[in-house]
Design a protein around this ligand. Structure first.
Ligand code: HEC
Length: 106
């Protein structure tokens, strides 16, 4: 179990740290990182704003798993700006919410 967690942490840290560099298509052990620019921006926003309470697939967090969540950018912007969701995120633009949704769609 400890070994498994260590391996997962190494995998995830490579994903997170790869965010800091800003070059074109990346190669991990011979495979291409195929996510789009939009999804990459969404992942960054998601990690910065949402990941403390939400993961894509893990449901035992503060908030529910968000993969394939049924919102469009307009309704999610409204929802996240309203008191129905705490904390609120009125500062995220519809464009940014759209990027987050591109990242969470399956
Ligand atoms: C401090 C914790 C916290 C943060 C940070 C947070 N959320 Fe939430 N979120 C929750 C909780 C708790 C719920 C469940 C609320 C409920 O059911 O009434 C929720 C619900 C949601 C839902 C509804 C899920 C569904 O299936 O109905 C969406 C979508 C969502 N959050 C998106 C986001 C996004 C996008 C961000 C980042 C911009 C974010 N949340 C940041 C705690 C958080």
């Amino acid at each position: 179990m400890v070994v498994f967690i260590t391996i997962m942490m190494m995998l995830f840290s490579s994903v997170i740290f790869s965010e800091t560099a800003e070059e074109e298509p990346r190669f991990f052990c011979g495979t291409v990182d195929t996510i789009t620019e939009e999804q990459r921006a969404g992942r960054k926003l998601f990690n910065a704003n949402c990941a403390s309470c939400h993961k894509l697939d893990k449901d035992d967090m503060t908030g529910p798993a968000l993969r394939g969540v049924k919102f469009d950018s307009l309704s999610l912007h409204e929802y996240l700006s309203s008191k129905k969701h705490q904390p609120t995120f009125p500062q995220l633009s519809i464009e940014q919410i759209n990027e987050i949704l591109k990242y969470t769609k399956d």
